[in-house]
Write a protein that binds this ligand. Sequence first.
Ligand SMILES: [Zn+2]
Length: 131
Amino acid sequence: MTSIRYEDEEHRKRREAQRRWVAKHGDENRARAAKWRAENLERARAYDRARGPHSTPLIGERKRLTKWASQIVRRAIARGEIVRPEIGECGHAGIIESAHADYSDPMVFRWLCQPCHRRWDRLEPKTKRPY
Ligand SMILES: [Zn+2]
């Protein structure tokens, strides 16, 4: 949880009203958003791609991209759109990660075990190209 420093009384009131709204309607709103997403999966994914990674100046470009891509994958797993396999494409079990060759579409990736993912990234660096 991040704590908020209110700019002024007006800002505090607005944020509290938002919080009350989310407490009251958050579940139905999330359910509606999830339903829309399930029915419009391609549009939702095009939207994710178009929106791109959030820019956080504190995080380096490489980390920002990898974090963004893995988060999109993690959310797709949480929604039940895809399932993380027990065994990676490399044939190994263990920690299976989504390995991206290109971050322009975070839903295009290979499932690799962690050591194979690290090796692949070392042998073929993915973020040397400008994005
Ligand atoms: Zn492997």
